[in-house]
Design a protein around this ligand. Sequence first.
Ligand code: ACO
Length: 327
Amino acid sequence: MTGVKIVGVGHYAPERIVDNHDLEQWLDTSDEWITTRTGMKRRHWTSENEATSDLALAAARNALASAKLEPNDIDAYILCTVYPDYLFPATACIVASKLGARDKAAFDMEIACSGFIYGLTVASSMIRAGVYKRIVLIGAETLSKLVDRTDRGTAILFGDGAGAVVLEAAVEDSFLGSELGSDGSRPELLRVETGGSRLPVSHATLDRKADRIHMEGREVFKFAVTKMIEATDRALEKAHLQKSDVDVLIPHQANKRIIDAAMKYLEIPPERCVVNIQEYGNTSAASIPIALSEAVRDGRVKPGDVIVFVGFGGGLSWGAVVWKWAA
Ligand code: ACO
């Protein structure tokens, strides 16, 4: 067994910014409602000709540059997303190829907004088990294309973007503990109903907008707060650490009120929690790596820091990873 560390971070968001006032133009909503209920002010939306792989590619390039590594130095590319370029082939294959990587392992992971937490656990485990030496892990989403833009309950929430990390084998282990969970008993709480084998796309499903995100917001809210707290507690327990040992907490950016409620219970002061929801909205599997990339670049994450990554999302699913930031 070897250890693992993060040696590069990067992120990317599309140029187009949609602020709350823009949304007021076609939705029965207000800047005041969105700000107080979600903490969101702006989000980035892709243009028509941008797909998930384009965002992932830019974030991966930035992460590789920060690691001072070339695409062919990497053994495997893992992309976490709910909205790939195609049902198949895997978007990771397209990204690896466009980067210039030749014959490398590449695959997608789909576990909604928990994607990066699951992906970090899988990629770290592969490196710690000696299967691979270096992996690029990407979270990339274009959910602005998957929402019904006339549904004020969801259209205001989601933004597009991508974040990436380069993981490398190391003597000292940064991976201190992980807790993952799921409950698939009520998929109707948060899903896109048509497009899979249960209900293939048809004129009828398109007519009732079953190809768009449907969410029971209040139910998801309650579950999110509870599971963020439980997952953080359990991951810290596995790492033999206390809440007071946490230097930086990087939560999934779904709603500022969810983050505040969880932080209050976990007794983590606001200055230790990375929040950028006001700039990006909810970018699903991309939200945690984008927040990490920003926090590393602006010096909020320092060598030796104990970081907790915690997220939740469709599945329903949830998870937390405790990570020591390497020098
Ligand atoms: N503007 C104005 N009013 C609105 C809007 C809007 N954009 N959206 C809803 N409302 C109204 C509702 O119609 C309702 O009106 P009513 O009382 O007359 O019926 C009122 O505001 C309150 O609605 P709630 O749904 O109770 O509002 P809530 O405070 O719960 O906020 C929200 C809604 C923001 C969606 C919240 O429930 C939430 O954040 N839930 C969790 C979402 C989440 O984390 N999703 C993760 C998805 S990630 C993934 O895996 C893809």
